[in-house]
Ligand binder design. Structure first.
Ligand code: GLU
Length: 447
C-alpha cells in the first residue's frame, strides 16, 4: 500500500469531499508501515475496502414549521463498517451537514468503536436541518419526519443511532417515539441516549466529557503530570463541553474559558457548578450563543465576540465542538501562551497543521477517536443493558467507563510508543483501531 497513490485515486473518485479525505489520509499515514508488514491485508485489499462505506441512505425530510410553511431538508445514514458489530454512531443535525462530513464521521467512528473493547461497527447520520432558533414543536416535527424515512433501516442488531451535534436527549425522545409508533413494538435497543426511565443508561449524558477527562488523566499521568490545579480552556457549551467542564472541575482543574460560534467567555476564577448547570439551559434554548453566560454571570465571565477559546492562556486545551475548530495558528497561539497539552474531544477537532505543530513542539496531544470514545462506549453499555433487560447503577457504569478509557489508553501506548519513550497517540489509536477491524474483515472473507 502506498498512501500517495491511494489518496490520488480516492480524490479522483470523491472530488471535494474534503473532511472525508482528511480523515482517511490521517489513518492511512498512521498505518502504512504496519499494514505493509501484513501481505495478507494487501491480498484481501483491506485498505481499499475499509475506506468506503458499506452503503449510504439519502432521503428527503419534509416537515411544516410554526408558520405553517413547508420545509424540506436532506437526511442521511452512512452505514460504514459492520465487521465487528452492528453499525453504531450518532446523528448530527447541523446546517453544514454534507455526505462528506458524515462519511468522515462514520469512518472515524469505525476505528473509535473498535477501540472501545465493545462489539460495535461504525455508522453516522444526520441532516442539514439547522436547530438554531427552532421551537420545541418544530424540533419534534422534524425528528418525526426524519424517523419516518429512517426506521426501516435501523434496529438493535442492525444499526443503532444516537446523538451528536444538535441531537441530545430531547431529540432522541422524539425519534424513539416515532420509531415505536411505526414499528409497533418496543424495540428499546434501536437508539441510545434515551431517557433514564425508558431504557437509557445512567451516565450516558455525561459519558463523552467524563471519558475524555479520564483519558486526559492517563495522558498526564504517563507524562508524570497531574491535572489538579491546571487551567483548562474548552470550546463549545453543548453536551460534550458540559460533561468535560463538570469532570475537569471535579478533578481539581480550573475551567477558564468556554466558547461558541459567537465568541469566547473568559472565566478567570474558574467555572462554578451553577455556571455548568446553566450550560444545559443555554443548549436547550437553541440560541447557540455563549454570550448568554456572560449576560447571566457578568461578574465571573467576560465575553469577547469573534475570538476562540484558544486565545485564552491555559495549561490544557480541550476542543469540544466541531471538526477543524483548532488550526495551525491557534496551536501556535496556545503554545506561545504556555499550553502543554491538547486532548481533542470533538471528532477531528484539530487540523493536520495543528496536530503537526503540537507534535513537533513536544506538546502532549491525543486524538478524538481515543479521547471522546467514552460517549459511544456508554452507548454500547446502554445496548448491553437493553439486551439484558436490566439497568446498572451510576457507580457500575462509571467503573466500566473507567476500565474502557484505561484500555483505550493502553492500546494507544502499545501501538504508539516511540523509541524515546514518548507516545504518539495519533498513531497508537489509528493502528489499534485499524488492526481490530482489518483482522475481522480478513476472517470474514471477501464480502
Ligand atoms: N456521536 C458520538 C460520537 O461521536 C456518540 C455516538 C453514539 O453514542 O453512538 O461518538
Amino acid at each position: 500500500m502506498e498512501v500517495k497513490s491511494l489518496m490520488t485515486a480516492l480524490e479522483a473518485k470523491h472530488p471535494g469531499e474534503n473532511e472525508y479525505l482528511q480523515a482517511v489520509r490521517e489513518v492511512l499515514e498512521s498505518i502504512e508501515e504496519v499494514y505493509n508488514q501484513h501481505p495478507e491485508f494487501e491480498k484481501a485489499k483491506i485498505v481499499e475496502r475499509i475506506v468506503e462505506p458499506d452503503r449510504i441512505f439519502t432521503f428527503r425530510v419534509t416537515w411544516v414549521d410554526d408558520k405553517g410553511e413547508v420545509q424540506t431538508n436532506l437526511g442521511y445514514r452512512v452505514q460504514f463498517n459492520s465487521a465487528i458489530g452492528p453499525y453504531k454512531g450518532g446523528l448530527r443535525f447541523h446546517k453544514a451537514v454534507t455526505p462528506s462530513m458524515l462519511k468522515f464521521l462514520g469512518f472515524e467512528q469505525t476505528f473509535k468503536n473498535a477501540l472501545t473493547t465493545l462489539p460495535m461497527g461504525g455508522g453516522k447520520g444526520g441532516s442539514d436541518f439547522d436547530p438554531v432558533g427552532k421551537s420545541d414543536g418544530e424540533i419534534m416535527r422534524f425528528c418525526q419526519a426524519f424517523m419516518q424515512e429512517l426506521w426501516q433501516n435501523i434496529g438493535p442488531d442492525t444499526d443503532v443511532p444516537a446523538g451528536d451535534v444538535g441531537v441530545g436527549g430531547r431529540e432522541i425522545g422524539y425519534l424513539f417515539g416515532m420509531y415505536t409508533k411505526l414499528a409497533r413494538e418496543y424495540n428499546v435497543g434501536v437508539l441510545t441516549g434515551k431517557g433514564a426511565t425508558w431504557g437509557g443508561s445512567i451516565l450516558r449524558p455525561e459519558a463523552t466529557g467524563f471519558g475524555a477527562l479520564y483519558f486526559t488523566e492517563h495522558v498526564l499521568k504517563t507524562a508524570g503530570k497531574d491535572i489538579k490545579g491546571c487551567t483548562v480552556a474548552l470550546s463549545g457549551f453543548g453536551n460534550v463541553a458540559w460533561g468535560a467542564a463538570l469532570k475537569a472541575t471535579e478533578l481539581g482543574a480550573k475551567v477558564v474559558a468556554i466558547s461558541g460560534p459567537d465568541g469566547v467567555c473568559e472565566i478567570p476564577g474558574g467555572i462554578t457548578s451553577e455556571m455548568i448547570d446553566y450550560m444545559l439551559e443555554m443548549r436547550a434554548s437553541n440560541r447557540n450563543k455563549v454570550e448568554d453566560m456572560a449576560t447571566k454571570y457578568p461578574e465571573a465571565a467576560k465575553f469577547t465576540p469573534g475570538k476562540k477559546a484558544w486565545s485564552v492562556k491555559c495549561d490544557i486545551a480541550l476542543p469540544c465542538a466541531f471538526q477543524n475548530e483548532l488550526n495551525g495558528d491557534d496551536a501556535k497561539e496556545l503554545i506561545a501562551n504556555g499550553t502543554w497539552c491538547c486532548c481533542e474531544v470533538s471528532n477531528m477537532g484539530c487540523t493536520p497543521e495543528a496536530i503537526e505543530t503540537f507534535q513537533s513542539n513536544g506538546i502532549l496531544f491525543a486524538p478524538g477517536k481515543a479521547v471522546n470514545a467514552g460517549g459511544v462506549s456508554v452507548s454500547g453499555l446502554e445496548m448491553t443493558q437493553n439486551a439484558m433487560h436490566i439497568s446498572w447503577s451510576g457507580a457500575e457504569v462509571d467503573e466500566k467507563l473507567h476500565y474502557i478509557m484505561e484500555s483505550i489508553h493502553s492500546a494507544c501506548v502499545k501501538y504508539g510508543k516511540k523509541a524515546d519513550g514518548t507516545i504518539d497517540y495519533v498513531k497508537g489509536a489509528n493502528i489499534a483501531g485499524f488492526m481490530k477491524v482489518a483482522q475481522a474483515m480478513l476472517e470474514q472473507g471477501i464480502v
